[in-house]
Design a protein around this ligand. Structure first.
Ligand SMILES: *Cc1c(COP(=O)(O)O)cnc(C)c1O
Length: 437
């Protein structure tokens, strides 16, 4: 067995802890984000290219879990959490591109991967005390549903979902409020960044934590981030097996959890080539990569609402990955902005010319692909982050037809839904949590 890999904080002010502890805690005690103390080197030839996603995940994550109490359960965790397909399929009209569909889980967005993995880990971690663990999740729409679905009905755990009122699609809002029982939805009078700030403040409040044991399930949780590497590994290994060489990725990006997993998969030695970050009109990252400083700001609302982030929380981890060397980071990735008019035009063109519907987030990646000249060798994988039916309020008026809803999503939409209003202040969340019985 290799030396246990422990987790440290991006801010360097917290003791190193085993992975399971970092997963249970969410945020590090110094306010930083947990990262593995190093990224292990993996040999692509050691993976079975015909294995399932769960097989790839178990092999990929084994060095991270080595020596941790969860290590023996890792194959079972992967099999339980990653039990749906992530097809890499052709894209009509572009021989040099593929679509990596990440939306075949229960809530029809890629967030199911991380949420289900995190839930499968937490279920197996010993807990001190008899009080339930309260999981806080700030969501721009998809995360909350995935986390709610992953923990719904699980004993010893309850979930509070915070989402920006009026800034998620009607179907997303319905999904968020549809759980009941141990999962409550709070519609916050603010933006996603407010929800995220409120969650961070609650997690950093030692007094509140003593009264109400808290954890987070945002992409700041390592338990969500690590498993997201597996679909990049799986797709890139499949590509290498069939065609040789590396696979390049275009990743719709908001809080940077999905794209960071791609960056880490490449850093581990998997056959991932170029990585492009597709952002909406929230241009914090494109401006940074174009040479400006890192200037977090308030988010603005766009058609790709799950990417309406002005202060991407995983940026701190991305910087850590390049040891704080911003020039090295700028050489390693590119980020580009796609405005709403281009999102609309891209969605319309794919529907008209190829009869295909995509979600507005996936459209940002397709728009970046359009800017790339066709190539003879290699391929781009456009990452499709959600099923188009989740964004009916954008797509149906635009395309003039209704979207077929996948069965799991349809079942959720048939349940009644309820969300409680909450002002966008740290105090109001604190009071709400203290009163939750
Ligand atoms: C969350 C989300 C994104 C953005 O992913 P990040 O990990 O926050 O960068 C993109 N598309 C969809 C559909 C999402 O739900």
């Amino acid at each position: 067995m290799s030396v246990p890999l422990r987790c440290v904080s991006t801010r360097g002010g917290a003791p190193a802890v085993p992975l399971g502890e970092a997963i249970a805690a969410g945020l590090a005690p110094d306010g930083g984000l947990y990262v593995p103390e190093r990224l292990p080197a993996l040999d692509p030839a050691a993976f079975d290219p015909r294995g399932t996603l769960a097989d790839t995940a178990a092999a990929l994550l084994a060095p991270f879990f080595a020596g941790d109490p969860l290590a023996d359960a890792l194959p079972a965790i992967c099999a339980e959490a990653l039990d749906f397909p992530v097809p890499l399929r052709p894209l009509a009209g572009r021989a040099d591109a593929r679509v990596l569909e990440l939306f075949h889980g229960p809530t029809a967005a890629f967030k199911d991967v991380g949420a289900r993995f995190l839930a499968a880990c937490l279920r197996r971690l010993p807990r001190a005390g008899a009080r339930p663990l309260t999981i806080l999740v700030a969501t721009s729409g998809d995360t909350g549903a995935a986390v709610g679905a992953a923990f719904h009905g699980q004993p010893g755990v309850r979930v509070a979902i915070l989402y920006p009122d009026g800034l998620v699609s009607p179907r997303q809002a319905h999904q968020l409020g549809s759980f009941g029982g141990n999962v409550r939805a709070l519609r916050v009078a603010g933006r996603f960044d407010d929800c995220q700030r409120m969650v961070k403040a609650a997690l950093n409040d030692a007094g509140l934590q003593r009264a109400v044991p808290l954890s987070s399930a945002n992409s700041i949780s390592l338990g969500r981030l690590l498993p997201q590497m597996s679909y990049y590994a799986h797709a890139a290994l499949q590509w290498r097996h069939g065609h040789g060489g590396t696979l390049d990725f275009i990743v719709p990006t908001g809080n940077l959890g999905n794209a960071l997993a791609c960056v880490w998969a490449r850093a581990l030695g998997l056959p991932v080539g170029e990585i492009r970050l597709a952002c909406n009109a929230n241009a914090t990252l494109p401006e940074f990569f174009a040479g400006a400083g890192y200037r977090p700001r308030e988010a603005r609302a766009t058609l790709a609402n799950a990417m309406d982030v002005g202060a991407p929380s995983n940026f701190e981890r991305l910087r850590w990955t390049y040891r704080g060397d911003d020039e090295a980071l700028r050489r390693a990735l590119r980020a580009d902005s796609v405005d709403d008019a281009t999102i609309r035009a891209t969605l319309l063109r794919h529907a008209r010319e190829r009869g295909e519907a995509f979600c507005p987030h996936t459209a940002t990646a397709l728009a970046l692909l359009d800017r790339e000249p066709p190539r003879e060798r290699g391929a781009w994988a456009v990452v499709a982050t959600a099923h188009p039916a989740k964004f009916e309020s954008v797509l149906e008026p635009l395309l003039g037809r209704s979207m077929a809803v996948p069965p799991a999503l349809a079942a959720m939409l048939e349940r009644p839904a309820r969300a409680e209003p909450l002002p966008a202040t740290d105090e109001s969340l604190k009071h709400w949590l203290e009163a939750w019985r």
